[in-house]
Design a binder for this molecule. Sequence first.
Ligand SMILES: [Zn+2]
Length: 223
Amino acid sequence: MNISHHIGDELLLEYATGALSEGWSVAVATHLAMCPHCRARLAAMEATGAQLMEGIEPPPTTETDEMSWSLLSERIDTVDQETSGEKPIRYEPRKERTVPEPLYSYLGGNPDEIKWRSLGLGAYHFPVKLGDKSTSVRLLRIPAGKPVPEHGHGGRELTLVLSGSFSDANGRFGPGDFEETDDDIEHQPVADPGEDCICLAVTDAPLKFKSRIVRIIQPLLGI
Ligand SMILES: [Zn+2]
């Protein structure tokens, strides 16, 4: 797997310290299962965090290193105050299955075994049930060559591609790629031709579709 879009430092640190709620954690842990690069970054962060806890000063090397060290310490302090100290959701490096853990268990199967619900225009979704009510987690299936209905959203949105690929203003996203978008970004993801794109999407607010028809039927679709 050739992953080129990874989890941002801040989000990975939030995961490492247990500051993320369940919905965000599922997306981060599933990317980690697919991405040795981010697993190595996480291990480095955890080692750094453990050193901080023990009050051991790291050996100063260069000025840049010292600056990033103090920035990291500050962030860990801030995150520490916000977190309940819960353990982040566990991941397992991906094996043979199409969908790795923890997502596989949340879905109860692979994407070809679940009950997709139509969103119209050939697109489908599958809402993932969680205890966490602050996020909305769903699998999206976008037909090859077609766009996801245009939407803006209040707050963070995480997207993880499981199969196929899509492109938007931020580039091309293939299997394993992770996209984090924030307030006021209106992006128009379009599935690349050739294969339907299946991705995991996590948002912290109901999506606001621009199309009036989609907006009217939005409550009926439960999206
Ligand atoms: Zn990664």
